[in-house]
Write a protein that binds this ligand. Structure first.
Ligand SMILES: Nc1nc2c(ncn2[C@@H]2O[C@H](COP(=O)(O)OP(=O)(O)O)[C@@H](O)[C@H]2O)c(=O)[nH]1
Ligand SMILES: [Mg+2]
Length: 196
């Protein structure tokens, strides 16, 4: 799998042409989106930030593999209290516009920290994603799995799956640090990209 940064955009005019299947990563700020993306493609393409909540644009990355080409959209994190109010108010309309109207969007990967219960912001995000005019496949990834003992990882994932109402076959463990779950995620991404 090879990946390259394409562009950052704050509105539809800035999006790349919708010329390949797109998969969006969503989740709370600091949940590990950028780190996971880097780990999946084994490259440092997304910046993992020390100042959470700063990325208020959509970052697009093209990914090529022998079997498929697709694009990952790294959406701004939600639910981080330290984001300036002004910014907090601008992201929902930008994200809503993206989710409602992006023609090549195939699936959403919702990232939730495996160590914690689903937060109110995660519940809100799921409810909101389910209220979109068009249904978009939703997958749930429990991130930073390395922080839990192996015996607890699956239990925590099932708890998140039940809490957020995402079927278990659409959930997975993820750790950028230990590599847990990465092969399964790569396989899922390729499957999504290959469905015509
Ligand atoms: N232990 C552990 N820490 C992680 C993992 N992924 C990310 N982090 C840390 O979590 C913080 C936020 O990561 P980042 O990728 O920037 O999250 P984002 O805001 O969702 O893009 C950083 O300090 C990362 O080093 C992981 O798999 N395991
Ligand atoms: Mg990030």
């Amino acid at each position: 799998m090879r990946a390259a940064f394409v562009t950052s955009a704050v509105n539809p005019q800035g999006y790349p042409a919708p010329d390949r299947p797109e998969i969006a990563f969503v989740g709370r700020s600091n949940v590990g989106k950028s780190s996971l993306l880097n780990a999946i493609v084994r490259q440092k393409i997304a910046r993992a930030s020390k100042t959470p909540g700063r990325t208020q644009q959509i970052n697009f990355f093209d990914v090529e593999d022998r079997e498929a080409a697709f694009r990952i959209a790294d959406l701004p994190g939600y639910g981080f209290a330290r984001v300036p109010t002004e910014v907090q108010q601008t992201w929902p309309s930008m994200i809503e516009d993206y989710l409602q109207n992006r023609p090549c969007l195939r699936a959403l990967l919702l990232l939730v920290d495996l160590r914690h219960e689903a937060q109110p912001a995660d519940h809100e995000a799921v409810a909101w994603l389910r209220s979109l005019r068009r249904p978009i496949d939703l997958f749930l990834l429990g991130t930073k799995a390395d922080r839990l003992a192996k015996a607890h990882q699956k239990v925590a994932l099932i708890r998140l799956s039940d809490a957020l109402g995402v079927p278990r076959e659409r959930t997975g463990l993820a750790s950028a640090a230990s590599g847990v779950g990465l092969d399964a995620i790569r396989k899922t991404l390729l499957e999504i990209a290959q469905v015509s």
